[in-house]
Design a binder for this molecule. Structure first.
Ligand SMILES: [Zn+2]
Ligand SMILES: [Zn+2]
Length: 173
């Protein structure tokens, strides 16, 4: 078996290489044409995509802004409601505190007044009153009989003489 000599391969290789070069050149020409067409299509596609991108970005921004605005409004409403609720609770609490305070004060005041009234009543009960004119008495005659003045005692004497115990006691003594 004899191997093919290099000289026998060379022409074939050279031929093939020339053919390939031509094909490659043709392809380059085609590619150039294709490239230009592709570039135009790509450029248009790019333009279209950029437009689409801008449009959808614009739309997304508008939607986002709207959503944020709605969220802001609802947050604000929520905060306002919460503040109002808190304010109501504090007001209620303050009113309850004041009610308790005033009720206590009133109770205190009432018991003080009751005590004062009781004491005054007691003092009044201890006092004696003139049998003639019903002023406070300072002269005591006998049981349940007193006078504010000698004058009253003398004026009352006509009536009192029948029941005066001092006189009876004095007379019996
Ligand atoms: Zn009197
Ligand atoms: Zn008397």
């Amino acid at each position: 078996m004899t191997e093919p000599s290099i000289s026998s391969i060379k022409p074939l290789t050279r031929q093939a290489s020339i053919k390939m070069e031509i094909e490659a050149e043709n392809r380059i020409v085609d590619n150039t044409v294709v490239d230009n067409r592709t570039k135009r299509v790509l450029a248009e596609l790019q333009k279209h995509w950029i437009n689409e991108y801008h449009n959808s970005r614009e739309k997304a921004l508008v939607e986002l802004t709207e959503r944020l605005h709605q969220e802001f409004l609802s947050d604000q409403q929520k905060i306002r409601t919460e503040l109002l609720q808190q304010f109501k609770e504090e007001l209620e609490q303050t009113r309850n505190d004041l009610d308790v305070k005033y009720r206590d004060q009133l109770k205190n005041e009432n018991s003080k007044l009751t005590e004062k009234h009781r004491r005054e009543l007691s003092d009044i009960k201890k006092k004696q009153w003139c049998c003639q004119c019903e002023n406070e008495a300072i002269y005591h005659c006998c049981w349940n009989t007193a006078y504010c003045s000698v004058e009253c005692q003398q004026n009352h004497w006509q009536l009192h003489r029948k029941t005066c115990r001092r006189r009876k006691n004095n007379s019996s003594n």
